[in-house]
Ligand binder design. Structure first.
Ligand code: SF4
Ligand code: SF4
Length: 80
């Protein structure tokens, strides 16, 4: 899953773009829920939040394989 660094300017552009509802406003900056972020696997070829973030503050948080991300996608969408 991805993570948001403290470079985040709280612009709220990424939140509506996430197909898994994994992004929300945290205490200081926006945050990504590890359990919901599939790095957009299952929905898009590239992470949508990275595509739209104006300050490039979204990086890999916890490394996962494509298979693990696909598994998470199936769990979230009830296809497992
Ligand atoms: Fe949501 Fe995709 Fe960004 Fe993960 S990579 S937080 S699933 S938009
Ligand atoms: Fe923060 Fe980037 Fe999301 Fe804007 S798009 S809220 S700067 S992570």
């Amino acid at each position: 899953s991805l993570m948001i660094t403290d470079e985040c300017i709280n612009c709220d552009v990424c939140e509506p773009e996430c197909p898994n509802g994994a992004i929300s406003q945290g205490d200081e900056i926006y945050v990504i829920d590890h359990n919901l972020c599939t790095e957009c696997v299952g929905h898009y070829d590239v992470p949508q939040c990275i595509e739209v973030c104006p300050v490039d503050c979204i990086l890999t948080g916890i490394e996962e394989t494509k298979d693990q991300l696909q598994e998470k996608y199936e769990l979230i969408t009830g296809q497992a």
